[in-house]
Design a protein around this ligand. Structure first.
Ligand code: CO8
Length: 372
C-alpha cells in the first residue's frame, strides 16, 4: 500500500525581526556588560564581550530575518527572554494552539474533516510540558479520533514523525495521520550568546499523511523513509525536570541551547550527504531523478555543500530552495517550510527529497513523488 503526504500547513507568529534589530539589541547588551565590568576587564580578570554583526550573520548562515513570539521581551536589553504569560489549565496551551493553527490549514487544503484523523503525533525540539501529551490536547481541540503521542528529536522531529505516521498508516492503524511540529525555539534561545543569538525563529508546521488511495489529487507519494542517529554533544540543551534538584546549576547557560557550530558543520555535512546517497541507491534513484531537495534550514553554506554532493553539481535555488533568509532556523520545521512553500510548481511524476538534520546527531530522509 502506498502512503502519501496529502497536505501541509504553516503558522508563524506576527512579530518580525531583522538581523539589524537583533544585533542592535545584542550590542547594547555587550556595551552595558562591558561598562558594568570595566574594572575587571581592564585588570584582565574577565574577558570583554565582543559585538555581533549583521555582515557575519548573513555570510556565515544565510539568515536575514525570523518571526518571533515576543519581539519586545526578546530584544529588551534588561530582559532578553520572550514574555509569554502562563495560561490556566482551562485554556488551550500555546504549543497546542500553534499546532492547531498549522493543522487546520493542512486539513482545509486537503478537504479533510478532523474526524477522519486516526492518529496525531506532536513532534518537536522542546516540549512545553511532559504530560498530558500535547498531541492529545491537539487531537481534542481539533475533534480528531484515534490516539496521539509526543516525540522529541530536535531538528529531525518532523521527519522522524513522518516515518512514524507513514508506518501507522501502512500498518492499518489509521487511514489519516496528522503530524504537528510546533517549534517555539525562542523560549530556549540564549539572546545573550554571540554564537547562537541570531540562529532561531518560531514557527509551527503540520503534515497530513494518508493512504494514497484516499489522498486528494496532487498528493506526494512517499517512496521511502530513512532515519539515522549518531551521538554527539556538539548541540546540547541540559534543561529538564531534574534541574530543580541542583539549585547551584539550575539557571546555568547550558539549560538553553549551546552548540559548537563549526564542529557541527564539519561533521554533519558528510554524515547527511552519505546517508542521502545511500538511501537514493537503495531506492534505485539517480541524482538526475531529483527535481528538488527540501533540506533542513540551519545554514545556507551547509545546504550548498550537501546539495552539491547529492546532485553532483552546484544546486540552483530552484533545485534546493532556501527559506532561512525569511524564517531563520526553525528546528524541525525548516525542511517542511521549504516543502510547503516551494512545491506548487512541480509536475506529476516529479521526485524530490525532504531531509532534516540536527542535534543528536539525528537525520531523516523522505523521498517523495508527485501523484496525478
Ligand atoms: N558576530 C560576529 N562575529 C562572530 C559572531 C557574531 N554573532 N559569532 C561568532 N563570530 C566570530 C567568531 O568569534 C570567530 O572569530 P575568529 O575567527 O576571530 O575566532 C568567527 O566569527 C568565526 O566563528 P565560527 O567559526 O563560529 O563561525 P562559523 O562560520 O562556523 O558560523 C555558525 C557559525 C553560523 C553557527 C555555523 O557554524 C553553523 O551554522 N553551523 C551549523 C550549525 C547547525 O547546523 N546546527 C544545527 C542546529 S539545529 C538543532 O539541531 C537544534 C535543535 C534545537 C532547536 C531549538 C533551540 C532553540
Amino acid at each position: 500500500m502506498t502512503v502519501a503526504i496529502s497536505a501541509t500547513g504553516l503558522w508563524t507568529p506576527t512579530d518580525s525581526v531583522t538581523n539589524a534589530e537583533l544585533v542592535a539589541s545584542y550590542n547594547a547588551y555587550v556595551e552595558r556588560y562591558n561598562a558594568e565590568h570595566a574594572e575587571e576587564i581592564a585588570a584582565g580578570a574577565r574577558p570583554a564581550l565582543l559585538p555581533s554583526s549583521v555582515e557575519f550573520i548573513e555570510k556565515a548562515s544565510g539568515i536575514k530575518h525570523r518571526y518571533m513570539l515576543d519581539k519586545a521581551g526578546s530584544l529588551d536589553v534588561s530582559r532578553m527572554v520572550p514574555r509569554i504569560p502562563e495560561r490556566p489549565n482551562s485554556e488551550l496551551s500555546l504549543m497546542a494552539e500553534a499546532s492547531v493553527n498549522a493543522a487546520r490549514q493542512a486539513l482545509e487544503s486537503a478537504g479533510r474533516d478532523p474526524g477522519d484523523i486516526g492518529a496525531v503525533i506532536c513532534s518537536c525540539s522542546s516540549l512545553q510540558r511532559p504530560y498530558p501529551a500535547l498531541a492529545i490536547e491537539v487531537q481534542n481541540e481539533l475533534g480528531a479520533g484515534g490516539f496521539g503521542y509526543d516525540m522529541n528529536v530536535a531538528c529531525s522531529s518532523a521527519t522522524f514523525a513522518i516515518q512514524n505516521a507513514h508506518d501507522i498508516v501502512k500498518a492499518g492503524h489509521a487511514r489519516s495521520a496528522l503530524v504537528v511540529n510546533p517549534e517555539l525555539t525562542t523560549g530556549h534561545l540564549n539572546f545573550r550568546d554571540r554564537e547562537t543569538h541570531f540562529i532561531f525563529g518560531d514557527a509551527a508546521v503540520a503534515i497530513l499523511v494518508e493512504r494514497a488511495d484516499v489522498a486528494p489529487p496532487g498528493a506526494w507519494a512517499i517512496l521511502g523513509t530513512k532515519l539515522k542517529t549518531q551521538f554527539s554533544n556538539n548541540i546540547r540543551n541540559n534543561f529538564g525536570f531534574l534541574n530543580r534538584a541542583d539549585e547551584a546549576h539550575r539557571d546555568d547557560p547550558d539549560k538553553l541551547i549551546t552548540q559548537q557550530g563549526r564542529k557541527v558543520f564539519r561533521e554533519v555535512v558528510p554524515l547527511v550527504s552519505e546517508m542521502i546517497l545511500q538511501h537514493m541507491a537503495e531506492l534505485e534513484l539517480k541524482p538526475s531523478d531529483m527535481r528538488r531537495l527540501w533540506l533542513h534550514q540551519a545554514n545556507s553554506n551547509m545546504n550548498r555543500l550537501i546539495a552539491e554532493r547529492v546532485l553532483g553539481h552546484e544546486a540552483s535555488q530552484d533545485e534546493a530552495p532556501t527559506v532561512l533568509d525569511v524564517y531563520g532556523n526553525t528546528a524541525g520545521a525548516g525542511s517542511i517550510i521549504a516543502f510547503h512553500s516551494h512545491r506548487a510548481d512541480l509536475k506529476t511524476g516529479d521526485k524530490g527529497l525532504i531531509c532534516s538534520f540536527g542535534a543528536g546527531y539525528s537525520a531523516g530522509s523522505i523521498f517523495v513523488q508527485k501523484a496525478a
